[in-house]
Ligand binder design. Sequence first.
Ligand SMILES: [Zn+2]
Length: 287
Amino acid sequence: MLVSAKEMLTKAKEGHYAVGQFNINNLEWTKAILLTAQELNSPVILGVSEGAGKYMCGYKTVVGMVNGMLEELNITVPVALHLDHGSYEGAKACIEAGFSSIMFDGSHYPIDENIAKTKELVAIAESKGMSIEAEVGAIGGEEDGVVGSGEVADPDECKMIADLGVTMLAAGIGNIHGKYPENWAGLRFDVLDAIQQKTGKMPLVLHGGTGIPADMIKKAISLGVSKINVNTECQLAFADATRKYIEAGKDQQGKGFDPRKLLAPGFEAIKATVKEKMELFGSVNKA
Ligand SMILES: [Zn+2]
């Protein structure tokens, strides 16, 4: 059964480790992540972006697939199904469809509007026993990708959003989605520290987990990050393994064209990536 992310993240914050959110795109992705979590006895959060939700035919299809797998693969570790960077409408649709967790990303709204909408969704999520993640927008400085500093949040705004009763809070600390630029300035630990000072026990979320060096990840966890989102890294691993299979001509040997064979190396590559991340984040045997 799907669970809210609240308990697993509260335990993670207290235990100084982080739970991985791994985004899913299809059956292979979902199966690879769930099986790895079970093998490593780790809690896990399955992330679904609105685009991926559409790709998988809608949120109800996703809920059906994930619930089916939990039962048929005998998954007993805590699993949350979480909307990633949800719009206000998307968040409501996922609540209806049977997700166990949502993110409302109101970071592009002015802070007052972000607060009003977050408040409303917190009340709904609470009444349904779901967890809810909010995001605080960036503050000044960067010129649309010209400098490699990423988004940096204002600790006071973080406190305002945290006080609305959200379960976990995403705040920019110089992290970037996708691949990091050559000139990336690194994570802003001073800002992270200030955010944690102001938000106390609130589990903090680090987005854009792909390509952040391991020592920075560990330091971020020590400063209160309890959830780390991984998406691009699984995509790169899957693409790379699939490319190798094709380039080696294996799809043209015997029944190598069978999708169950063709997609197997990518599936194994996702499993290896998820394992590596769970070990780095410290969530192994924390189910
Ligand atoms: Zn994100």
